[in-house]
Design a protein around this ligand. Structure first.
Ligand code: PAF
Length: 280
C-alpha cells in the first residue's frame, strides 16, 4: 500500500485509472471501516482510502482536538487487510490551503433535521469535504456506512443534484455481539458506560417491535423510547421514527400501510455522544 500526503502524489499514482473505488474516513480504523474497504474492493479496483479529520464538520464545542489520530496503527491495519492500494492522508494545509469559503449546503429539510439540528453546520462540513475528496480521488464508486444514515443520504443527494459520476454504495452497520455499533467514539466510554452502551440499539429494536405489533402513534412510540433511555441514565438528543426515503416524519397511515421506516437515535452516556439507527 502506498501512503501519500499530497493531492499531486495521489493524482500521479492514480493516473489512467478509471475504476477507482473510494472509502473516505477520519481514521482510528476499526473493523467497521475495514469492511467498507472490502466492499469497495468488490466493486472497483484500485481502492483508495482517505484519512482526514475534517475540522469543518466539528462544532466549536465538539471533540475535534480530542478526536483520536492513530495514523501509524491505521496504516498497519490497512497493510494487514491488503484491500487498499493508496492511502491518502493529507494535512489540513493540503486540504484547506486557504479558508474554505465556498461550502456545500444541503437543503434544510435534510441538513437541518436530526443530526443537523443538534450539530449545526455538520452536514455542510461533511458535504464540502466529501466533494473535495471526490475531486481529488475521482472515484467511480464510494462506500459509506449505514451507521451514519443521514450522512449517507446527504452524500447520495449531493451526488445526484450535482450529477457527480460517483456511485454511492452503503454498507450495513458492523456491531459487537452486544449490538453496540462500532464507532471510533466508543473508545471514550468508561467500562461501565461500555457495558451500558448496547441499550441504544436495544431501544431501537424495541421501537421496531412496537411498530411490527401494530403501534402507529409516532409521538407515543418516540416518547416511550426516549423515556426508556432516560430512565437508564442517557441524555437523549433525539429518538425518531422516519421514512427511509427522505427522513421525514411518516403519517400514521404510512406507518400502518408499511412505508419503509428507519428508527434513528442520538444520545449521550456521560460525555460521549453515540448515534445509531435501525431500518424497520
Ligand atoms: O464518516 C466519516 O468518517 C466522515 O464524516 C467523512 C465521510 C470521512 C467526512 O469527513
Amino acid at each position: 500500500m502506498k501512503v501519500v500526503h499530497t493531492i499531486q502524489e495521489l493524482r500521479d499514482h492514480l493516473q489512467g485509472q478509471t475504476r477507482v473505488s473510494f472509502v473516505p474516513t477520519m481514521g482510528n480504523l476499526h473493523e467497521g471501516h475495514l469492511s467498507l474497504m472490502r466492499l469497495a474492493r468488490q466493486h472497483g479496483d484500485p481502492v483508495v482510502a482517505s484519512i482526514f479529520v475534517n475540522r469543518l464538520q466539528f462544532g466549536p464545542n465538539e471533540d475535534f482536538d480530542l478526536y483520536p489520530r492513530t495514523l501509524q496503527r491505521d496504516i498497519e491495519k490497512l497493510e494487514a487487510a491488503r484491500d487498499v492500494y493508496v492511502l491518502f492522508a493529507p494535512s489540513e494545509k493540503e486540504m484547506y490551503p486557504e479558508p474554505q469559503s465556498f461550502r456545500i449546503q444541503p437543503p434544510d429539510d435534510l441538513g437541518d433535521i436530526l443530526e443537523g439540528e443538534f450539530r449545526p453546520g455538520f452536514f455542510d462540513g461533511v458535504s464540502t469535504v466529501v466533494l473535495k475528496l471526490f475531486s481529488c480521488v475521482q472515484p467511480r464508486v464510494a462506500v459509506f456506512g449505514k451507521k451514519d444514515y443521514q450522512q449517507l443520504m446527504v452524500v447520495r443527494n449531493m451526488c445526484r443534484q450535482f450529477q457527480l459520476p460517483v456511485e454511492i454504495l452503503a454498507h450495513e452497520t458492523v456491531r459487537e455481539t452486544s449490538g453496540l455499533a462500532l464507532s471510533s467514539r466508543n473508545r471514550y466510554l468508561s467500562d461501565a458506560e461500555r457495558a451500558q452502551a448496547p441499550q441504544l440499539y436495544a431501544c431501537l429494536n424495541a421501537v421496531k417491535q412496537q411498530v411490527a405489533a401494530g403501534a402507529n402513534d409516532l409521538s407515543e412510540i418516540e416518547q416511550q423510547a426516549i423515556q426508556l433511555l432516560q430512565q437508564q441514565g442517557w441524555d437523549v438528543d433525539y429518538l425518531a421514527l422516519r421514512r427511509q426515503r427522505d427522513l421525514l416524519k411518516p403519517s400514521s397511515e404510512e406507518i400502518a400501510s408499511g412505508e419503509p421506516l428507519v428508527a434513528l437515535g442520538a444520545a449521550r452516556l456521560g460525555s460521549t455522544r453515540l448515534i445509531d439507527n435501525l431500518e424497520l
